[in-house]
Design a protein around this ligand. Structure first.
Ligand SMILES: *Cc1c(COP(=O)(O)O)cnc(C)c1O
Length: 440
């Protein structure tokens, strides 16, 4: 008889023999066991022994309404009976049309170009901006600007505007040229400088750059409000207002990478709303299907779309992916938008955000904690430690307490599914304090 214990062990062994896991030095798994997941239920991931882990980082920031959500499940089961997929060149279907219409209303951008992951959405955004300037007779505008400590994905194009040395350095010679300007991260503020002052200082550097180089610059790409993979660095919305004004003044596209921060994560549906601005190009993914299926979208203004509309084939945007606009993924996304409407999620999350922030007072007071920060449904703090193994030790200690937490360097963050309830919030905060005490 195969016991549940041996099913856990069996899966770990077979996974290490045949699966190359992402973002991992596989040799570390000689010490650190993989976590087998038999099923999910709301905020919980459950192994074959019935041990439960609170998914406090929403499975890499994708899950919004819990695992095995009955409403998303029902939508997908219905869609499976109708159409799983059809190529989107020359064909169309109800879920992709409905989703495009609804995203257009929510974002104020006219057209949706679909792909399957965030990095592909970034590739599309960069190619579109570059191609737009050629189509309108400004072929010298080819350069891209991004922010220091920014992350936009790990395919070669996306990596060329990413500034996370751990992911980038090895491949540097393969990457296209781009320029990184100072991040508005408020932790960079000098003595007596506020977060808003820091935002203005960073915008000042952008202005200096654009004044000189705008004729060679296609676009600025930013992660609005939170540089997520860059250790949850947060900035004042004033930066986005200034960046919008500068991009207008100098004729440069503003690309908003809301792959991590969109879908309500920062407290508004889009992070850009908090600055009262709209980007020219918008990338969405991660939360778009509630963590169910891979889907991403690059949205553009009517003006950009029009510049490709022509009798000439090569003035069109010929980029393609096999699974673009997948019907099942679009249907999951529609179910996610239904939940946003039916449950008034943005408003409900304000209450949850305040509840978690109140509990976090215990964390703020902890002697090892620095630079505690919160934007909407993201909380982060830096831990005072010299231990290079801190992230893995913290991760292991959290798993022992039934928490899935995966620090970025010495930054611990919470990005829970929106369905988290009070008892689970308590478990998360108390468990985190317990781990910090054990390290002190
Ligand atoms: C995760 C992420 C990406 C890349 O998305 P993938 O689906 O992992 O390729 C790009 N930009 C931001 C801001 C992200 O957080």
């Amino acid at each position: 008889m195969i016991t549940d214990f041996s099913r856990n062990q069996d899966l770990l062994y077979r996974s290490l023999r045949s699966v190359w896991h992402p973002c991992t030095q596989m040799k570390h798994h000689e010490q650190l066991p993989l976590v087998p997941v038999a099923r999910g239920d709301g905020v919980w991931l459950i192994d074959f022994d019935g041990k439960r882990y609170l998914d406090a980082i929403s499975s890499w920031w994708v899950n919004l309404f819990g695992h095995a959500n009955p409403r998303i499940n029902a939508a997908l089961i219905d869609q499976l009976g109708k159409l799983e997929h059809v190529m989107l060149a020359g064909f169309t279907h109800e879920p992709v049309v409905q989703l495009s219409e609804r995203l257009s209303v929510l974002t104020g951008l006219s057209h949706c170009f679909f792909a399957s992951d965030g990095a592909s959405a970034i590739e599309i955004a960069l190619k579109m901006s570059f191609h737009y300037w050629k189509n309108v007779g400004q072929p010298r505008k080819t350069g891209f600007i991004s922010l220091k400590n920014g992350y936009h994905g790990e395919t070669l194009g996306a990596l060329s505007v990413t500034d996370v040395p751990l992911f980038r350095n090895i491949y540097a010679t393969l990457l296209g040229q781009s320029t990184q300007l100072p991040s508005p991260d408020w932790r960079n503020a000098g003595p007596g400088e506020s977060a808003e002052d820091m935002a203005l200082r960073s915008a000042g550097a952008l202005e200096t750059y654009l004044a000189e180089r705008h004729a060679q610059t296609a676009a600025l790409i930013v992660e609005p409000l939170v540089q997520a993979a860059g250790a949850m660095a947060m900035h004042h919305p004033r930066f986005l207002q200034e960046a919008r004004a500068l991009c207008n003044r100098y004729g440069v596209h503003l690309i908003a990478d809301e792959i991590a921060v969109g879908f309500g994560r920062t407290g508004s549906f889009l992070a850009c709303e908090q600055a009262g601005i709209r980007s020219d190009i918008l990338c969405l993914s991660k939360g778009i299907t509630g963590g169910y299926l891979p889907l991403s979208v690059t949205m553009t203004s009517e003006e950009i779309y029009r510049a490709f509309y022509d009798d000439e084939m090569t003035r069109g945007f010929l980029h393609s992916h096999s699974y673009t606009g997948n019907a099942l993924a679009c249907r999951a996304a529609l179910a996610v938008l239904d939940i946003f409407e039916q449950d008034d999620v943005i408003v409900a999350n304000r209450v949850k955000s305040a509840q978690i922030s109140a509990l976090c007072k215990k964390i703020v007071r902890h002697p090892l904690v620095r630079a505690f920060r919160n934007t909407g449904m993201i909380w982060a703090f830096d831990v005072e430690t010299q231990d290079a193994l801190f992230p893995r030790k913290f991760y292991g200690a959290a798993l022992e307490r039934g928490l899935l937490l995966r620090p970025l360097g010495n930054t611990v963050y919470f990005m829970p599914p929106y369905v988290i309830e009070e008892e689970q919030m308590n478990m998360l905060v108390d468990g985190t304090c317990g781990i910090l005490d054990s390290l002190a």
